[in-house]
Design a protein around this ligand. Structure first.
Ligand code: C6P
Length: 423
């Protein structure tokens, strides 16, 4: 039997041309051709999970049909192929966020898993009773609850930086929270509920002046902006693959090597050890120390292909197109009587959270769905944001680079139709 050569490079040609052509890009995404109740799908829920282009789906199928084996464990052909593909994906992620070293990129199951890893590995070791952790009002529950669990366990205290009426962090108030007991800062880079892009570089620099490490939740930043962890100088940066045109079940923790080396592993088991006896276990080096058990191999490879795809389009081109969508959608929706946009930060990603007078957000989601329009309604796992703006929930249209100005028009028309139903 002739076996294919071990393949670590993904070879593909983009359907899209070097000039940003949204219609050609859309043809890379089979799901965008779907019809919902005879209406074309208008997918405006990419902040929850973005869609996968065909070549990412193909890479998953290729792995399952021709490459499937466990990694780091055997010398046979398939195991070597799978290992090479998995480690090549790590290399792609390193380059994507400009991490200094591949060993600083740890595969996790997602953003939530990555934050929990840092809480257990760093927090439980270095944060003690009376110490303080600074978060912001904008955090997703994933960057609140693990720190609350730690605070409950240790007696540490959580302090929260407030936001103004536009949904921007009040930087002076953030800076006033620092004192000699501050031990850790967790910052959301881009708010999933409002779209605010936070000045994390400046906020990290301030924390570092006080000798405090910073974790940045980049789940909503990496799909929309070029992120450079060296430029930000963050200590930890976390994100999920499924918001980045990759599969579910995979995410990344970037950490500075010096910190990762000092941290306790979060999970114990195979692959994270160098030697085990009943008397003593010696842990593996990073990143393997934090990747116990068989990881999501196919998903990691698929995420690597998604990164190739996004970089081939260009993160700056993606940001420019999404900004155009944001500006257009904001203009249209602002001019609609009875529709209120929550979150008007000067620096915003393409997310529009809104309420409609007299209509419950759940009804908004249901009626828009009848027009084929997918938005998310609810608290967006950001209840403190809802509380800050005194709303129980919002509807959220979140755009990706594959959305069009025509889809903004469809949203506006859908809102008009449902307003008529409720008058
Ligand atoms: N936000 C949204 O609709 P996981 O579930 O681990 O992949 O990601 C959690 C998470 C963490 N931080 C931010 C900023 C996020 O936006 C999310 C996921 C989705 O907004 C689902 S709640």
């Amino acid at each position: 039997m002739n076996l294919p050569q071990t393949q670590t490079q993904t070879e593909f040609t983009l359907a899209s041309s070097p000039v940003f052509d949204v219609e050609r890009i859309r043809s890379d995404f089979p799901i965008l051709q779907l019809k919902i109740e005879d209406n074309p799908l208008v997918y405006l829920d990419s902040a929850a999970s973005s869609q996968m282009p065909q070549l990412v789906i193909d890479s998953l199928v290729r792995y399952q049909t021709m490459q499937h084996a466990n990694i780091h464990r055997a010398v046979h052909y398939l195991s070597e192929t799978a290992t090479n593909e998995y480690e090549a994906a790590r290399g792609k992620l390193k380059r994507f966020i400009n991490a200094p070293e591949e060993r600083e990129v740890i595969f996790t199951s997602g953003t939530t898993d990555a934050i929990n890893l840092v809480m257990h590995g760093y927090g439980r070791q270095f944060i003690k009773a009376g110490d303080e952790i600074i978060l912001t009002t904008l955090e997703h529950h994933a960057n609140i609850v693990p720190w609350q669990m730690l605070a409950e366990e240790t007696g540490a205290k959580i302090r929260v930086a407030p936001v103004n009426d536009a949904g921007e962090i009040l930087i002076e108030d953030y800076e006033k929270l620092f004192n000699s007991r501050t031990r850790f800062v967790g910052l959301i880079h881009v708010s999933n509920a409002l779209g605010t892009i936070n000045p994390v570089k400046q906020m990290i620099a301030y924390a570092h002046e006080h000798g405090v490490p910073v974790l940045v939740d980049g789940a909503q930043a990496v799909p929309h902006l070029a992120v450079d962890v060296q430029d930000l100088d963050c200590d930890f940066y976390v994100f999920s693959g499924h918001k980045l045109c990759g599969p579910t079940g995979i995410g990344v923790l970037y950490g500075k090597a010096a910190l990762l080396e000092k941290m306790q592993p979060f999970k114990g088991g195979g692959d994270m050890i160098l030697s085990v006896t009943f008397e003593k276990t010696i842990y593996n080096t990073i990143p393997h120390k934090f990747e116990a058990g068989t990881p999501a191999i196919a998903a990691a490879i698929g995420l690597g292909v998604a990164i190739d795809y996004l970089l081939a389009i260009g993160m700056d081109e993606i940001a420019a197109h999404e900004h155009e969508l944001l500006v257009y959608a904001t203009e249209q929706i602002t001019s609609m009587p009875g529709v209120n946009i929550i979150g008007s930060a000067a620096n915003k990603a393409a997310v529009i959270s809104f309420t409609i007078d007299g209509v419950h957000p759940h009804d908004i989601g249901t009626l828009l769905n009848e027009e084929g329009i997918a938005v998310r309604t609810g608290q967006h796992c950001a209840q403190p944001v809802m509380d800050r703006f005194s709303v129980s929930a919002t509807s959220r249209a979140s755009f990706a680079f594959y959305n069009t100005l025509g889809e903004v028009d469809a949203l506006v028309a859908g809102i008009r139709t449902l307003q008529k139903v409720f008058t």
